[in-house]
Design a protein around this ligand. Sequence first.
Ligand code: ATP
Ligand code: MG
Length: 161
Amino acid sequence: LQMEKVEFMELYHHVIDRFEMNVEEGIHLERDLPDGKYYVWMDKDKMIQVMDNIITNAIKYSPEGGTIRFRAAKQKSQLLISIEDEGMGISYDKVDKIFERFYRADKARTRKLGGTGLGLAISKELVEAHHGRIWAKSKEGKGTTILFTLPLMNKKRRGKK
Ligand code: ATP
Ligand code: MG
């Protein structure tokens, strides 16, 4: 991994901007992001790959007119990032399996959308390599939220040894 100090919100906005320029009309991207600065020690290219995988899925499994909502919030020493869609969803008995290699939740339905079932398995490996966690919440027919955490860098303590 090529680790460096990165301000997360700037990176997140940049990734979303890139999708916004290309996304088909009829899919809405909405941001609910804090203004502050949040520094994470990360491999920037790998973290872009994680977000690309999650957002590509959200778009792929969204209906016409669907909204994808991007959130981030500080939770103690972690940053909690979530990407929520209004797509077909995943049944509760399958939702934890989507992070397994080559797993595709609904063969018949997803076959025509293409893919190998690797995107989320790779994303999980990369998030865990950054000491974060990744999981999903979903309701069939309502939508899916992918959540992941990343440890925030410590603020420099002044005046202390
Ligand atoms: P690849 O990412 O390798 O092109 P893929 O999208 O099928 O293929 P993953 O990204 O790993 O593979 O996702 C695994 C499976 O989880 C998908 O096939 C799909 O069934 C389900 N899935 C993932 N994200 C969503 C989502 N946002 N809404 C509904 N189902 C999803
Ligand atoms: Mg995918």
